[in-house]
Design a binder for this molecule. Sequence first.
Ligand code: FAD
Ligand code: DHB
Length: 389
Amino acid sequence: MRTQVGIIGAGPAGLLLSRLLALQGIDSVVLENRSREYVEARIRAGILEQHTVDTLTAAGVGDRLQRQGLEHRGIHLQYPGTRHTLDFPELCGRTVWVYGQTEVTKDLIRAQLDGGPPLLFEVSDVRPEDVDGDTPRVRFTDADGVPQVLECDVVAGTDGFHGPSRAVVQEAGGRLWERTYPYAWLGILADAAPATDELIYAWHPEGFALYSMRSPTVSRLYLQVDPSERIEDWSDERIWDALDTRMALEGWSVNRGPVTEKSILPMRSFVSAPMRRGRLFLAGDAAHIVPPTGAKGLNLAVADVTLLAQALVRLLQEKETDLVDSYSDRALARVWRCTHFSWWMTSMLHRSGDDFDAQLQLSQLRRVCSSEAAARELAENYTGLPLEL
Ligand code: FAD
Ligand code: DHB
């Protein structure tokens, strides 16, 4: 088998990269170790920045997003006794969209299988090789158990945090930065109409809570919990009661409904540099993870592959190496900005430490809710900074 770009991983990063390259006449093959059903059912991100929406729309996969996505003009920031609205268009002229990552993935997979480049599910033993030369390859075993070799000009490692690509880059030298946080998120999906127009980010002495949604009839809610908590110990009623306590506001209540999914997610920050070794390029969660509080992970993956697609088109069509040579530095500038913003939102809103820390957090929240400059800083970062910083 031969292709121009061998893409490992069919998450949003790999699928969108394949699509952007195809639109420029560059062929690729996407290799995914899970089944289509598994990839399409994985519940994850929900907030798309404007540039993500624009990129998906320009790539011809924005029809359903335009019809079913919910445009949001702000967020509510809450601490006991106060719920304050940040108006994004007023603060920075931009908005965000609620549209589940599962839906983005389904739209991209459908476009790919409908005449797009090959997308192979349920492959195994995937391994990039000879990435330091001009003719790298990817070895893998196909869904029928047959060993295969994919010869390429370039390999894209879009295989998420647990994929094999990052280790191949790091073998040649590089640096990792990591921060684990002393809390996790318990997330639920519920068949209940959201009781709020905008997302609510709530600080509370018992821990952070977030009210989000997927549609006018489906709510997505999160609770800060200790990382050692077991989901079996959280009955639906216990979860709703904790949400009621942490989001309490006079005259308002959380809407309850059947819980259709619940899980506990650890939280970490992680950056791996460089995002390139020879002809192997990393993008998305393969190179970096942010804690979810700033809603940045999926958007960063989209930003990475937008830069990478431009760089690969220039390399493969014009034989110019300038954009691939600067790809890692340009991508990492945005990665660190989002890493800082996600760390800052996480640190401001989650309870840990002592009463002194709590007072610092409340002081920061009051500042964001009373100073236009402070609110604008949050709004600009949340809605998404320009692709190139
Ligand atoms: P992934 O989605 O992880 O895709 C990688 C793909 O590679 C997967 O399909 C995987 O199966 C495949 N793969 C792995 N190993 C191999 C292998 N050996 N061979 C072949 N394929 C392989 N981000 C936001 O922007 N906004 C949010 O609101 C948000 N909320 C989140 C909430 C939760 C609960 C979670 C968990 C994450 C959230 N994120 C959010 C982060 C976001 O989901 C990720 O950043 C995003 O999925 C990254 O996309 P990716 O394509 O880089 O990686
Ligand atoms: C969602 C996830 C986030 O991390 C966030 O900050 C906002 C919303 C969500 O899944 O809807």
